[in-house]
Write a protein that binds this ligand. Structure first.
Ligand SMILES: Nc1nc2c(c(=O)[nH]1)N[C@H]1C(S)=C(S)[C@@H](COP(=O)(O)O)O[C@H]1N2
Ligand SMILES: [Mo]
Length: 320
């Protein structure tokens, strides 16, 4: 079927489906919603991993500015088909990931900021306004999902961190716990998993920190308790289980770039016309849809939001 591409903000609000999130958070009073959540403890929890002290923050209201012309991936598939090398190189790491302790969880803010600080995840969650966004997600391995993320714009976190005007990049780091994460005992990988964005990318409205998916706290296998989501870039940029945000004027080294400069660059924007050295990026498999493949899109379909970031970077290797 041919679908006319409509920019998210061109769709009038009244045409959009009133999601359960709207009624549950918007129409019910906070007290009633809290009581309802208390009556349904099983539903309020992540599918795996048990109690989460932030469970009552979910679901958050969906932001209808970000729309996709695809069905959501089944929650079961999005939470059992994962890339998380800290727990193994297969897609089937969700059980191994349950060993990750996600409380207490401290996040360090360092580098070129007015005041370096350490913040507890639950204090950070209180400081940020949560919303839900449905984004396409495109792995460099040519598979794709459509996930309802809950969290906050990375721009809000950047603002909260008060970077100095000299800062040009934001480096983000995953935990390092080789006793918990068997993959980190493989010493040939450059642990901890590190990623980075230029600061104008980090403050682009699409760049998101996810703390939940499918209206619940994010499960460990998907990057609890907080992970990056940059939907116009290949999935490996969307670094999981973050413990550090560092503002710097140096382009950060990144995990995949250190492993293979030829295959994985810093910018890693989706481009169907630029093949990976070992496979085509022209199309992608929709995970959980019986092997269905669809054409891939420049910037994963988000060019209206992000293409301008790269107009003055044409001399860079922008794709993969
Ligand atoms: N720390 C860490 N973050 C990571 C990865 C990883 O191995 N470790 N894999 C990346 C890759 S390649 C992809 S495709 C996505 C997968 O996210 P998902 O499992 O939630 O779909 O996470 C990214 N973030
Ligand atoms: Mo990926």
């Amino acid at each position: 079927m041919l679908i006319k591409r409509t920019r998210g903000w061109e769709i009038p609000e009244r045409e959009t489906t009133p999601e359960s999130a709207w009624s549950r958070r918007g129409v019910l009073s906070a007290g009633v919603a809290a009581a309802a959540a208390a009556a349904l403890p099983a539903q309020a929890q992540a599918p795996t991993g048990g109690e989460d002290p932030s469970a009552s923050l979910y679901p958050a209201m969906r932001n209808m500015r970000y729309r996709v012309d695809r069905e959501l991936t089944d929650e079961k598939i999005a939470t059992t088909y994962n890339n998380f090398y800290e727990f193994g190189t297969s897609k089937n790491i969700w059980q191994a990931a349950q060993r990750l302790p996600i409380r207490p969880w401290q996040v360090q803010i360092e580098g070129m900021v007015e005041q370096p600080r350490t913040v507890d995840i639950d204090d950070l969650l209180k400081a940020m306004k949560l919303e839900e966004r449905v984004y396409r997600f495109r792995c460099v391995e040519a598979w794709a999902m459509t996930v309802p993320w809950t969290g906050f714009p990375l721009a809000s976190l950047v603002e909260w961190c008060k970077p100095l005007s000299s800062a040009k990049y934001l480096q983000m780091e995953t935990f390092q716990m080789p006793t918990v994460a068997p993959g980190q005992r493989a010493t040939w990988y450059p642990w901890p998993y590190t990623e980075g964005l230029a600061l104008d990318e980090a403050t682009n409205e699409l760049a998101f920190i996810a703390t939940g998916i499918y209206g619940k706290p994010i499960p460990r296998q998907n990057g609890a308790p907080l992970r990056l989501v940059v939907p116009w870039k290949y999935g490996f940029k969307s670094v999981k289980s973050l413990v550090k945000f560092k503002f710097t004027d140096q382009r950060p080294k990144t995990f995949w770039l250190e492993l293979g400069e030829r295959e994985y660059g810093f910018w890693a924007n989706v481009n169907p016309r630029v093949a990976h050295p070992r496979w085509s990026q022209a199309s992608e498999e929709l995970i959980g849809k019986n092997g269905q493949r669809v054409p891939s899109q420049l910037f994963n379909g988000y060019g209206d939001f992000v293409a301008s970031l790269y107009e003055n970077r044409q001399n860079e290797r922008l794709w993969a």
